[in-house]
Each structure stands twice: as structure tokens, then as C-alpha cells.
Design a binder for this molecule. Structure first.
Ligand code: IPM
Ligand code: MG
Length: 369
């Protein structure tokens, strides 16, 4: 049988640096666990624009459609700020999500014990935190029409449209309920049904999918603003949160910060099952391209490495190996190794991006022996 295939899109800023560390991990699984992947690489974002004049080529997209999983670093940077909207690095990312129809974006927020004091919230609020935000990723105000900047009378008007069909809501709701069944059986759905018709429909459809297909899962509804407040007040009340594209974007940054650093959080974007039964999938860290620290060995590779752990779990059916990798990350953090973003008042051993990657490989070695 052919080896499972991975397409790596390192992107811009710190993307290539953190991806280099993921490469070490992929190589380790090949050499030590007999899990050999066919890895290919291509460009996205500003890097693709520099080489080809577009933020994602049709060829790279076609490759992404055929591999078992895509790993993406990050896109964007100040160098591209003045480009036409359609050529901006972010358009490459939005295009690949849309064209692969990756409607379900899983963003876990897990607080590693070694980092609990590093959160801006009190230790008892975040210690042991393990929640999952399921963000709808291919519709809503990010893609709705009409959109644009138009002239009306003697001034301009900027327009975006929040739009959700019943089937778009139902499929992401199903993916949240399925996840909850494998976790703590609890889903909280967030919208603004008090002010938005799309929110009213969202609430109705989520409730209907629940009542007809997942009555055994505990379901609650919350307005997204109240949800943001509750996330900061007592995040452990949640297990799975399901929400739309824009609220999910905002709430997941908020949830990420609870854990101490945006540099820690992975994500999986999943679509419909392929012929092999596994979902179409793209894995990426939640953090951005951090151009201010790019190229200086300061970036934290953990979010990207944990994104590969999610790939092991969701695309390659290797839950045991995913656990192994997550354990290695925990070990290294418990030993006090800290990239710059994790240097809090309690100190720690400062390490560079590549030293962090090497330490995780060493921890994998120690665990396997
Ligand atoms: C994210 C990012 C993206 C988004 C940007 C880079 C287009 O903020 O993945 O959370 O808004 O979806
Ligand atoms: Mg975001």
C-alpha cells in the first residue's frame, strides 16, 4: 500500500521555521515508529505571491485536494499590506479552506499544567482546562454575498453579508455532536439570535439536529457575547462549543489566550469523507505569521507540532501515536523549556525554535525506549 501523503505549505513569517520542526517530528515517526509519510511541499500566501503572483496556485490547490492531509504554517505579513484584496496572502488561506470545503474547524484549548501560572487568568480558573471550539469555516460573513465597497450617493459603503443555509448549520452541528460523544457529551452553541436572523436559524437548526439525532448529548445555547464573558469567567463549564465563522474566529483567540499562549494551540479543519473514509483535512496552528519575530529563532513550534498530532489522530487513525507526541510536548514543558512567548514571571530555560523541536524529538526517543 502507498504511504499516507502529506502536503506541507509553510507559508510566511514564522511558518517555515515552525514547519522545519514539524519535519523533524515527521521524520522521527518514519524512522522510529515505521510510520512513513510521502511528504511534498508547496507555497501559499505571500510566498506564493512572490513566486507566482497569486497567493495560491491552481496546481498547489489540486495537490491539496489529493493528499491525505495538508499541514499549513501561517500566512501574511506587512510586506503584502498594500496588495489588491484578491492577492493578499489571507485570500490563499480562505481559498483553500473554501475549495476543499473544510467546514468544520476544530480548535482545542487545553491548558498544560506546566503553563497554568502563565495564563492571564488565575490558576484555578484554567488548570486542567480542556475545551474544543468547533468553528464553521466555509460560510457566514467571510463568504456571503453581496460584499464589497460601493458608492452610495456621495459616500462609500462597505458591505459584508452574514448568510447560513440550514444544511451548512446542520453539518457543522453534527460534527460538534460527534466530537462531544467522544468527550464529555456536552455542546454549547453560540450565536446572536437576539439580533440576527441567521442566529435564529442557527439556534433552531442546531436544536433540531440535536433532538432528532443526538438527544443523549447535553445541549445549551448562549449569545456569543455572553459566551465570551463566560469563557473568561469560568471556561471549565464548557466541553464543546459550536459557533459560526466570525464568532468562532474571535472566541477561539480568546480561548487560546486562556491557555497562556497562542503559540500552543493547534487546529484541524475537516471536510467531507474521502474515498478512504477519512475526512479531507488541513491542519494549522491558530497563531499567525508573527512577522515581528520571524527568522530569529524565537517562534514557538508547539502549536504546529500539535497540529501534526491532530493529523495523526483525525487523518491517520493513529491515536496512540498522537498521544505519544502530546506526551512528549508535556514532558518538555514540565522540564521548564520555554520559547520566548512562554517566558513568564516563573522563569524557565529559554530555548530557540529549533532547540524546542530537538527537545521534543529527544522526549519522543526517551518515551519510546
Ligand atoms: C484564523 C485567522 C484567519 C481567519 C485569517 C488569517 C484569514 O485569523 O485562522 O483564525 O480570520 O480565519
Ligand atoms: Mg483568527
Amino acid at each position: 500500500m502507498a504511504n499516507p501523503s502529506i502536503l506541507i505549505l509553510p507559508g510566511d513569517g514564522i511558518g517555515p521555521e515552525v514547519m522545519a520542526e514539524v519535519r523533524k517530528i515527521i521524520d522521527w515517526f518514519g524512522a522510529k515508529r515505521g510510520l512513513v509519510f510521502d511528504v511534498s511541499e508547496d507555497l501559499i500566501g505571500g510566498a506564493a505571491y512572490d513566486a507566482h503572483g497569486v497567493p495560491l496556485t491552481d496546481e498547489a490547490l489540486a495537490k491539496a485536494q489529493t493528499v491525505d492531509a495538508v499541514l499549513l504554517g501561517a500566512v501574511g505579513g506587512p510586506k503584502y499590506d498594500n496588495l489588491d484584496f484578491a492577492l493578499k496572502p489571507e485570500r490563499g488561506l480562505l481559498r483553500i479552506r473554501k475549495e476543499m470545503d473544510l467546514f468544520s474547524n476544530l480548535r482545542p484549548a487545553q491548558c498544560f499544567d506546566a503553563l497554568a501560572d502563565f495564563s492571564s487568568l488565575k490558576r484555578d480558573v484554567v488548570a486542567g482546562l480542556d475545551i474544543m471550539i468547533v468553528r464553521e469555516l466555509t460560510s457566514g460573513v467571510y463568504f456571503g454575498e453581496p460584499r464589497g465597497i460601493f458608492t452610495e450617493g456621495n459616500e462609500r459603503v462597505g458591505i459584508n453579508t452574514q448568510r447560513y443555509t440550514e444544511s451548512e448549520i446542520a453539518r457543522v452541528a453534527r460534527s460538534a455532536f460527534e466530537l462531544a460523544k467522544r468527550r464529555n457529551n456536552k455542546v454549547c452553541s453560540m450565536e446572536k439570535a437576539n439580533v440576527m436572523e441567521s442566529g435564529i436559524l442557527w439556534r433552531e437548526v442546531v436544536q433540531k439536529v440535536h433532538d432528532e439525532e443526538y438527544p443523549e448529548v447535553e445541549l445549551s445555547h448562549m449569545y456569543a457575547d455572553a459566551g465570551a464573558m463566560q469563557l473568561c469567567r469560568w471556561p471549565k463549564q464548557f466541553d464543546v462549543i459550536v459557533t459560526d465563522n466570525l464568532f468562532g474566529d474571535i472566541l477561539s483567540d480568546c480561548a487560546a489566550m486562556l491557555t497562556g499562549s497562542l503559540g500552543m494551540l493547534p487546529s484541524a479543519s475537516l471536510g467531507a469523507p474521502m474515498a478512504n473514509g477519512r475526512p479531507k483535512a488541513l491542519y494549522e496552528p491558530v497563531h499567525g505569521s508573527a512577522p515581528d519575530i520571524a527568522g530569529r529563532g524565537k517562534a514557538n513550534p508547539i502549536a504546529c507540532i500539535l497540529s501534526f498530532a491532530m493529523a495523526l489522530r483525525y487523518s491517520f487513525d493513529q491515536g496512540v501515536e498522537a498521544d505519544r507526541l502530546e506526551r512528549a510536548v508535556e514532558t518538555v514543558l514540565a522540564k521548564g523549556l520555554r520559547t520566548a512567548d512562554l517566558m513568564g514571571p516563573e522563569g524557565g530555560k529559554p530555548v530557540s525554535t529549533s532547540e524546542m523541536g530537538d527537545a521534543i524529538v529527544a522526549a519522543l526517543d526517551a518515551d519510546a525506549n
